[in-house]
Design a protein around this ligand. Structure first.
Ligand code: SF4
Length: 418
């Protein structure tokens, strides 16, 4: 093996892969078998950088050669950059070597389009197949599905990968047309539809035959680039909501566009999307998936942009002060989940604890409630804070004065693995 050449390729292809953020590995429980390598159980790949990105996967492109010319992408064919391509065997060897040295817990493999979709997808599938069948590798594998690849290849990919993802890239079809006119939204929707169908079918088969082979046990996800086109948060979240509902996605990843290319269709080079916007989108996404919020409650025609100063749950509460205060000892779970400062776990603990005693501030603190926020929106078994003359704006100011949000620094630091 020519170590210098491999190192050079690694530098080029890991750097090119850093713009894809869809690499968290939750949701798979592939077990180690036959004394194989690795174990992609829940929790194995949950190392994140400070900005929330997963770092314990070997995250590379198979190649940064590409026949397409998407304006937002460093690998676009008309960008004058160094190009490289791994062979299938090189990616397999790197994964095994890095795994044995404890550098990584799995592989995230994406690619530019070599010649056509099938030609590229076939190589991605071969990497996963070799790892599973020749090296008995049971670590986590996330493969990018190449839009336009045949159903046979997609089906094979699902047999070896834990997760598959098709990137939507732009939040709307109009955005895609503007920046990637060669691409077609339907080419992204078709594989998502196919994966959804196969995943559902596999779940049914597993119920009948325990030994039926797994198919993408960690499901499918997608990535949306935010800020390369002018879509507002309402459009971004409505699009995410549509894809969650119609394609059973596990996750939508929001990637703030980092201007690295000069193009009159793109934002200027020194106008990176503030990291706080990405963070607010993830918080809003969480509210939709776990807290029972409808997307229109978070963003709508009156409020198309997420408030960057405060999180979306607090923002909703301040706009809906008529709902509060609620009695923490009587309200139902759905309402308690809407109180700023009360998370999913705390809400469940409250429901359990109040069966035995009426809860006051001390008990709520012990449960894990952020009382400095929640106290403006609830009553409990205490008179300690009974000031109810504050407006939503007063509350916002008080809370902002108290908390020094770590997201106030709008620095955009791209993850660099190597
Ligand atoms: S197809 Fe993918 S790799 Fe190729 S230019 Fe477009 S976004 Fe980049």
């Amino acid at each position: 093996m020519n170590v210098d050449r491999i190192t050079e390729k690694l530098n080029i292809l890991a750097d090119a892969a850093k713009y894809d953020v869809s690499c968290a590995s939750s949701g798979s429980d592939r077990k180690n078998k036959d004394k194989g390598l690795g174990n992609a159980s829940n929790g194995i790949c949950h190392s994140y950088t400070e900005d929330g990105r997963c770092v314990s996967l070997l995250k590379i492109l198979l190649t940064n050669h590409c026949i397409f010319d998407c304006a937002y992408c460093v690998s676009r064919k008309n960008n004058d950059i160094k190009r490289a391509a791994f062979t299938v065997q090189e990616v397999v060897d790197l994964t095994i070597n890095f795994y044995r040295r404890n550098y990584i817990e799995g592989l995230f493999l994406s690619s530019g389009i070599f010649k056509d979709a099938d030609y590229t997808m076939e190589r991605l599938v071969r990497v996963a197949k070799k790892l599973r069948t020749e090296h008995n590798f049971n670590g986590y594998i996330h493969l990018k599905s190449i839009p336009g690849a045949s159903e046979e290849l997609m089906r094979e990919a699902g047999l070896y990968a834990d997760r598959l993802s098709v990137n939507l890239e732009m939040p709307t079809e109009a955005g895609l047309k503007l920046l990637a006119p060669d691409k077609n939204r339907q080419d992204m929707i078709d594989p998502m539809q196919f994966l959804k169908k196969e995943i559902i079918q596999n779940t049914e088969e597993k119920k009948l035959f325990k030994k039926a082979p797994m198919f993408a046990p960690a499901g499918q996800s997608t990535q949306v680039i935010v800020g390369a086109t002018p879509e507002n948060d309402q459009q971004v979240l409505q699009s995410a909501n549509y894809f969650y509902k119609n394609f059973n996605l596990k996750r939508v990843y929001y990637s703030g566009y980092v201007p690295v290319l000069a193009d009159q269709r793109l934002p200027a080079l020194n106008t990176a999307v503030p990291l706080v916007r990405e963070n607010r989108l993830y918080q809003a996404d969480w509210l939709m998936r776990f807290y029972g919020f409808h997307v229109n409650e978070i963003v709508n025609n009156q409020n198309p942009l997420l408030d960057l100063d405060i999180d979306p749950k607090l923002s909703w509460a301040i706009r809906n002060m008529q709902v509060f205060p609620i009695d923490i000892n009587k309200a139902d779970l759905q309402l308690i989940l809407r109180v700023p400062g009360i998370g999913l776990l705390s809400a469940q603990k409250i429901m359990a604890a109040r069966k035995f005693a009426k809860l006051g501030w001390e008990q709520l603190k012990k449960i894990g409630v952020a009382v400095n926020r929640a106290r403006y929106f609830i009553t409990c078994n205490s008179n300690e804070f009974e000031r109810r003359d504050l407006t939503g704006q007063n509350i916002k100011q008080f809370i902002m004065a108290q908390s020094q949000s770590k997201y106030n620094k709008n620095t955009q630091i791209q993850l660099n693995l190597f």
